[in-house]
Design a protein around this ligand. Structure first.
Ligand code: CUA
Length: 345
């Protein structure tokens, strides 16, 4: 018995720790409970409202259940009183019981359900797409995100830059199976369905890096299909746009030039594109601005030399099932290739 109690206690402590951990701020925040936009604030407010209301209802119902289980109704002592009792009382419930069923089973639940409906509708109205100046197209792939700023002729992957304080329209598509775009700090989920363009919007009222996650099971690496939304002040956003629109720099050193050759010899250009070069394939993430990305493999590893080398050499170990095959390269060629990739800013 004591063992059982200690297990219950340790489970409760573990749950408490989990909920406390969920409240921790991290560099790449991903939490419904830390809203960074008006839409996410509405959703967080609705979540808290439902959570508190349902907790109160649960406690009241459990309390009444305990009363029903443990409250002993006194039984009539004599045969006479029993006979009288059954004759006096209707075969069903007492008037008090009838009233209780009417209020507890119909009127109060009815009022609560209408209240929940009205509060949910209020949230839904607050989430309608406002006027937007910027549109970003995001296409879900197994298991990465293709990102286009069509008007600005910019293509990147697994990252979205947005200006703080401005609503941004998203056009969401899917290239293969159903995915779902979800950046909890900024907005609710929206599915990405092949053959359909769904629209939603995001905004951020403070700068930050907000992590997003595919929210619809889409295959073996669904859990490793992440992205980040980087919200920066308007000025910084304009600078970013300008940097992204610059032509791809030519390799400057012999090592970088050799790397560019390796890129073609190793058939990287069969799947990837680099703007301004012969590499124009669209099967895999566009690498024009690879070096400016924070992560590789759709959010699974920090983007640095060591991880890039590991990813190119054996991507199937890092993310089994992804579409990138192993690339067998001599160490000096790998070194050169990475030096070239590092110029793609
Ligand atoms: Cu894409 Cu889950």
């Amino acid at each position: 018995m004591r063992f059982k109690h200690s297990r219950v206690a340790s489970s409760a402590v573990a749950l408490l720790h989990l909920s406390l951990l969920a409240g921790c701020h991290r560099e790449h925040d991903q939490s419904v409970l830390h809203p960074a936009s008006s839409a996410a604030s509405e959703i967080a407010w609705l979540s808290w409202f439902l959570m508190i209301l349902c907790t109160v209802i649960f406690i009241v119902v459990m309390g009444l259940t305990m009363v029903a289980v443990f409250w002993r109704v006194p039984t009539p002592k004599s045969e006479e009183s029993r006979t009288r009792g059954s004759a006096d009382m209707s075969p069903g419930l007492s008037p008090l019981g009838d009233r209780f069923i009417l209020w507890g089973g119909a009127i109060i639940p009815g009022i609560l359900l209408v209240l929940i409906l009205l509060v949910s509708l209020r949230t839904q109205v607050a989430l309608h797409i406002p006027e937007t100046a910027l549109t970003i197209e995001v296409i879900g792939h197994q298991w990465w995100w293709e990102v286009h700023y069509r008007d600005q002729e910019i293509e990147i992957a697994n990252e979205l830059y947005i200006p703080v304080g401005e609503p941004v329209r998203l056009k969401l598509k899917a290239a293969d199976v159903i995915h779902s775009f979800w950046v909890p700090n900024l907005q609710g989920k929206t599915d990405m369905i092949p053959g359909v363009t769904n629209e939603m919007w995001i905004s951020a009222y403070r700068p930050g890096v907000f992590r997003g996650q595919c929210a619809e099971y889409c295959g073996v690496q669904h859990a490793l299909m992440a992205l980040v939304v980087v919200a920066v002040p308007r000025e910084e956003f304009d600078q970013w746009l300008e940097t992204m629109q610059q032509p791809t720099p030519e390799p400057e050193t012999d090592l970088q030039r050799r790397g560019k050759e390796v890129f073609q010899e190793a058939s990287c250009n069969n799947c990837h594109a680099v703007a301004g070069t012969k590499a124009k394939a669209e099967l895999a993430p566009d690498l024009t601005h690879l070096a400016s990305r924070r992560t590789i493999g759709a959010g699974i590893l920090p983007n640095n030399r060591g991880n890039l080398a590991g990813w190119i050499s054996n991507p199937q170990t890092l993310k089994p099932g992804n579409r990138m095959p192993r690339t067998h390269l001599e160490p000096h060629d790998l070194h050169a290739l990475i030096s070239y990739l590092e110029t793609l800013k």
